[in-house]
Design a protein around this ligand. Structure first.
Ligand code: MF3
Ligand code: CO
Length: 256
């Protein structure tokens, strides 16, 4: 595979999908309360996405059974929605969503607290979000993908947190996963050059403890081996003439 540069028309279509993602996160945030099951939340998301004339593309992606991924506490990614997983005060929940409209896909993730959470959890979520912004600040034509990776790694590791090397960001748009591969760790000035018209998902996944993760017997649910909490934050980004545009982020939500 090679990197797909999108036309202005294609970018407009990816932005349409991105708008649905933005509204979806408002709904999920409001519903992240004690007593809800991750199945209910995923179903709420699926229904909303379909009501917008779009498809929740996590469903059936390489056999994944949920409409979105819902990952609680020590689950890093790909948690499978379940009626048995009920949110409780103090949990943190990551939602990873894929929305496809008219054949074009936007990909994003957020981690939200359930009620009041520990200071440790709050800090982890803040650093994960900020790591995205450190990474995206390197996005401009002429820079390298490694510049994004290095900015994320340097920032996250300065807090003593760790980053999995088993999952990474990626191109997105026509397909869910396109080139380039965008690791959350790496050296600057290496990897493909960033070009105008690329559409990429940048997604720091940060562990409070060690970086090691395991996949459960269901083939998807990915947990930290040390059982410590972890956090995920992702946006779809378009490379412009002189920088970037984040298309899955609500106006005003961007603190930068
Ligand atoms: N959104 C995920 C990503 O960033 C992909 C989810 S794969 C699924 O790569 F199968 F779980 F949906
Ligand atoms: Co992604």
């Amino acid at each position: 595979m090679s990197i797909i540069i999108k036309s202005p028309r294609e970018i407009a279509l990816i932005k349409e999908a991105g708008k649905i993602v933005i509204d979806l996160f408002d709904i999920l945030k409001e519903n992240t309360v004690p007593g809800k099951s991750t199945w209910e939340l995923a179903h709420l998301a699926g229904n909303f996405i379909r009501s917008q004339g779009a498809i929740p593309s996590c469903k059936d992606y390489e056999g994944y059974p949920g409409e979105i991924c819902v990952s609680v506490n020590d689950t890093l990614v790909h948690g499978i929605p379940s009626k048995k997983i009920i949110l409780k005060e103090g949990d943190i929940v990551s939602y990873d969503v894929l929305v496809t409209k008219n054949g074009y896909t936007a990909d994003a993730a957020r981690t939200y607290p359930v009620g009041k959470v520990s200071e440790e959890a709050t800090k982890l979520m803040e650093v994960t979000e900020e790591a995205f912004f450190k990474g995206v600040s390197m996005v401009k034509p002429g820079n390298h993908i490694g510049d994004i990776s290095n900015a994320i790694e340097t920032y996250v590791k300065s807090f003593g947190y760790s980053l999995t090397e088993d999952f990474a960001g990626h191109g997105v748009g026509r397909e869910v996963h396109e080139d380039p591969f965008i690791p959350n760790v790496g050296k600057p000035h290496i990897g493909p050059r960033i070009c105008k018209g690329m559409t990429i998902a940048i997604e720091p996944m940060v562990n409070l403890g060690k970086k090691d993760v395991k996949i459960l017997d269901d083939g998807w649910t990915t947990k930290t081996i040390d059982g410590k909490i972890c956090s995920h934050y992702e946006n779809t980004v378009v490379v412009t003439d002189d920088g970037y545009e984040i298309i899955t982020l609500k106006e005003g939500e961007n603190r930068h």
